[in-house]
Write a protein that binds this ligand. Structure first.
Ligand code: F6R
Ligand code: MG
Ligand code: MG
Length: 371
């Protein structure tokens, strides 16, 4: 049985214009590096995409997760793209490369990463999600719906191979702790945590012991990197990515993308400081314009064949998602009307991670005791 690793590694290394999208020259430079690595045999396959101003490297290989060679390749590629961004004076050139030199593993160095190794099945559909202008917790709602909500995923009810549910690995990204919760048995405990999406983030989903799939191989993985925790200051939101395997004992393609029919509220948008609707868009609309948003998500679908990423299917390029986009526009209007007021603006605890504390510092000395 063939094992394959899929790594989706992303970084904002310069926006065009402002923080809206990625210039085609950066994507071309990334393609060059990926193509060379494929010719050299390091990669089995790759695709270069962008979600808003984030450059996305989707790679398949046989090196396993946390491979220094693969992480090093991604780092070099981002560095080369940064050179192009500097030359074009793109906005925030090199923004997410938070350290000077690569030291073996890209985690904690700025870029976001979702990767998993698994045994390739007879048919292996893979759905990759990439978001811009939001944070890792933005995946809590759809991942919960896909793998635990019978109103979303009919297979949880009618497919005997899914009937026992899944295991969720949840990270407390502030305290750096994790817990495994079995669903449906521990569904309410899961929701008690992941409803607080700025602290508790779903990292992976696994099959249950009763599943025919190997129980140690994840069926979904989400990037959880927080730039603020590495940089110690605001350097933009953490624009997350996710990989979800599908079909034959796992949620069907249509069940995997169904949660995005609702433009649910996420944190991010302008200056990483506002709540707003997430809009599912085709690749050609993957740019953040109105008020630097609204936050957007693209879905790229593949069949994996001996490690090859056969695709790309642009899954939200479909009139079935027109209504979600229209609703997102209406919700954007409603939220925007609140201007600087909560809950459009994030609650104070979350504003800690933005540029607001620097403004408040200026008022510090002027506060007097109340009676
Ligand atoms: C949000 C984001 C943008 C910027 C905003 C100000 O994640 O990237 O909304 O925060 O455009 O950017 P600067 O400070 O670069 O002018
Ligand atoms: Mg940017
Ligand atoms: Mg971004």
């Amino acid at each position: 049985m063939e094992k394959i690793t899929v790594s989706l590694i992303k970084a904002d290394v310069g926006g065009f214009p402002g923080h809206s999208t990625v210039h085609s020259d950066l994507k071309e430079k990334a393609e060059e590096h990926m193509e060379k690595a494929k010719k050299d045999g390091l990669l089995v396959d790759y695709h270069v995409l962008n979600a808003g101003d984030d450059l996305e490297l989707l790679m398949s290989h046989r090196k396993g997760v946390d491979s220094g060679e693969i992480h090093g390749l991604a780092w070099e590629t981002f560095e080369a793209a940064t050179e192009v961004a500097k030359e074009l004076k793109l906005h925030g050139a090199g923004q997410d490369l938070l350290v000077d030199a690569f030291s073996g593993n890209i985690r904690g160095m700025g870029p976001g990463i979702a990767e998993m190794e698994f045994t390739e099945r007879g048919s292996e559909p893979l759905i990759t999600f990439m978001m811009d202008k939001t944070e890792p917790g933005a995946f809590n709602y759809p991942i919960y719906k896909i793998f635990a909500d019978p109103f979303n995923t009919a297979g949880l009810v009618v497919d005997p191979t899914m009937h026992d549910g899944f295991v969720f690995e949840v990270w407390d990204i502030k305290a750096k702790k994790k817990v495994f919760l079995k669903c449906p048995e521990e569904l309410y405990a899961l929701l008690a945590l992941i409803g607080a999406k700025s602290k508790y983030v779903i990292k992976r989903v696994f099959p249950k012991d009763t599943s025919p799939l190997p129980k140690e191989e994840p069926v979904a993985v989400i990037s959880t990197e927080k730039l603020f925790f590495t940089a110690g200051k605001y350097v933009g939101k953490d624009d997350p990515v996710a990989l979800v395997r599908s079909q034959s004992g796992l949620p069907a393609l249509g069940e995997v993308i169904e949660p995005f029919a609702l433009p649910y509220l996420v944190s991010g948008w302008m200056r990483g400081s506002h709540n707003g609707p997430i809009m599912p868009v085709p690749f050609r609309y993957s740019q953040c314009t109105r008020f630097d948003g609204p936050p957007r998500v693209i879905a790229a679908g593949f069949q994996i064949s001996h490690g090859r990423l056969v695709g790309t299917a642009d899954l939200f390029d479909d009139p079935a998602y027109d209504l979600a986009r229209k609703k997102a526009g209406e919700i954007a209007d409603y939220m925007r009307a609140h201007g600087p007021f909560e809950p459009h603006r994030l609650p104070v605890e979350e504003m800690e991670y933005t540029t607001l504390p620097n403004v408040l510092k200026k008022l510090e000395g002027r506060f007097e005791k109340t009676e």
